[in-house]
Ligand binder design. Structure first.
Ligand code: HEM
Length: 186
């Protein structure tokens, strides 16, 4: 796996006074924290996909209920701290290097993907509701189990895309145009 590919050179658009650059040891430490938290998040979401599939496919209501209860542990013990650590360390790495936060498509896309993962977890993923609905071994409401499988599978797809972007780091830069710049030129 390529590690610490050299960022592109600075441009005239980034004055030296605006740049924050961590020391090499600090940057390496940030990178370790970032890689461990973000890749562990991929593993945590993979675990959620497996648990949701188990809960949806099993005929054993007690097993389904236990699986939904375990998901809460994974989310609060893993998903929330790992996603926030990956987000904070990713933003620090981006701002503290010449990659920038909104200068390269791969960094900006990863930011949007991780925000998408967090929002999907907050708004669409409801393991506590599913645990309540299956309490005492009751069958889950039709379709809801598969909806939960779809939500966590979508999160997994976003995280795998982010991992691939991190390794390939496509060089294309974002061109931001100031509003009215085209009119001023003509
Ligand atoms: C969505 C989950 C994410 C995953 C799975 C992920 C994964 C990774 C991995 C594996 C690397 C190491 C690549 C290498 O050194 O070759 C990396 C580096 C990096 N990530 Fe992420 N990342 C994620 C989110 C983010 C976010 C949200 C940002 C910024 C907003 C970000 C910014 C960066 C930057 C700037 C580097 C390059 C560090 C350097 O080489 O100086 N990442 N990421």
């Amino acid at each position: 796996m390529p590690v610490l590919q050299t960022p592109p050179p600075a441009t005239a658009a980034t004055p030296a006074a605006q740049r924050w650059r961590p020391r090499p040891a600090t940057r390496k430490l940030l990178t370790v924290v970032h890689v461990v938290s973000s890749v562990a998040l991929v593993g945590e979401v993979w675990g959620l996909v497996l648990l949701n599939l188990t809960a949806t496919l099993t005929a054993d209501g007690t097993l389904a209920n236990s699986a939904y209860r375990l998901m809460g542990v994974l989310v609060f013990g893993g998903g929330i701290p790992l996603s926030l650590t990956a987000l904070a360390s990713g933003i620090a790495l981006a701002l503290g290097s010449r990659w920038g936060l909104a200068r390269h498509y791969w960094v900006f896309a990863k930011l949007l993907l991780l925000i998408g993962v967090i929002l999907a977890g907050m708004l669409l993923f409801t393991p506590e509701g599913m645990a309540d609905a299956t309490a005492g071994g009751a069958a889950p409401p039709a379709g809801r189990g598969w909806w939960q499988v779809a939500v966590v599978s979508g999160q997994l797809a976003m995280l795998l895309t982010a991992t691939a972007l991190s390794v390939f780091k496509p060089r294309r830069r974002i061109t931001w145009r100031r509003p009215g710049a085209a009119a001023a030129r003509s």
